[in-house]
Design a binder for this molecule. Structure first.
Ligand SMILES: Nc1ncnc2c1ncn2[C@@H]1O[C@H](COP(=O)(O)OP(=O)(O)OP(=O)(O)O)[C@@H](O)[C@H]1O
Ligand SMILES: [Mg+2]
Length: 246
């Protein structure tokens, strides 16, 4: 069974008299443990889709089923609780709380949603080691480098052992070498925890390492690459076919 499935997901934004269809009839199935990358040009709807799938925003229509539960049918409190239990999110700008140390930031989700099944101390030690942030734990975010801040944000997103980690351009604000390091750490933690990973990225080195790559265009989602290689029904191939038909 898929861990995540969307059916005909639609999200529109109305601004004055124009309507933008940011997510247009998206059907996506993600299997447990998969690493999915979503690429696409600016404004194509990637962040909107990710936020909706992660329960941070609501769709206009369609359904999102995660672990057998339809998020679109949940009341706000139930959705918040579900997110805390099962989902993690890493933002492009890390969104760490400036007045808290790295360690305190990492622990915030454990206070908001205490999962008694987790032995936090042990899990945290593993995360800190895997993400190589042991010597920065008592510093404020402003005292950390960009790569360190993002590693702390990843640890925070994973402290509750979510089954799915969503990340929106997690290396978008980092230079090439630091981005590579953060990605390596993210993937080694994925190995450790075995969670499903869904990453929005402009970075093709991330996409190269994903099990499947989807491309967004004008709110629509196309399969771009899977285990058998690059797909003919990707957006570009569709375009070529359409222009060849004219
Ligand atoms: N809160 C909002 N209100 C109005 N329009 C919005 C809102 N959020 C997104 N949009 C519009 O929806 C479309 C998709 O935006 P989205 O942020 O999902 O794109 P994106 O693919 O993540 O782009 P980028 O690569 O630049 O981050 C854009 O046209 C954007 O202007
Ligand atoms: Mg975006």
């Amino acid at each position: 069974m898929s861990i995540l499935e969307t059916i005909n997901l639609i999200k529109q934004f109305k601004q004055y008299d124009t309507v933008v269809t940011a997510v247009n009839r998206v059907n996506l199935q993600v299997e447990p443990g998969e690493f999915i990358a979503i690429i696409g040009s600016s404004g194509s709807g990637k962040s909107t889709l990710l936020r909706i799938m992660a329960g941070l925003d609501r769709a206009d229509s369609g359904s999102i089923t995660i672990l057998g539960e339809d998020l679109t049918k949940m009341k706000p409190d139930a959705l918040n609780a579900f997110r805390g239990q099962h989902l993690g999110f890493v933002f492009q700008n890390h969104n760490l709380i400036p007045g808290l140390t790295a360690l305190e930031n990492i622990l915030v989700p454990t206070i908001m949603c205490n999962k008694i099944s987790i032995r936090y101390e042990e899990h945290m030690k593993k995360l800190i080691k895997a993400l190589d942030i042991g010597d920065r734990l008592h510093h404020l975010p402003s005292e950390l480098s960009g790569g360190q801040q993002q590693r702390v944000a990843i640890a925070r997103a994973l402290i509750n052992r979510p089954q799915i980690l969503f990340a929106d351009e997690p290396t978008g604000n980092l230079d090439g070498a630091t981005a590579g390091e953060v990605l390596d750490l993210l993937l080694s933690v994925k190995e450790l925890i075995g969670q499903t990973l869904i990453v929005v990225t402009h970075d093709l080195t991330i996409a190269d390492r994903a099990d499947k790559v989807y491309q967004m265009h004008n709110g629509e989602l196309y399969l771009y690459k899977d285990q058998s290689g690059y797909r003919k029904n990707s957006y570009e191939e569709n375009l070529k076919r359409m222009s060849g038909q004219k």
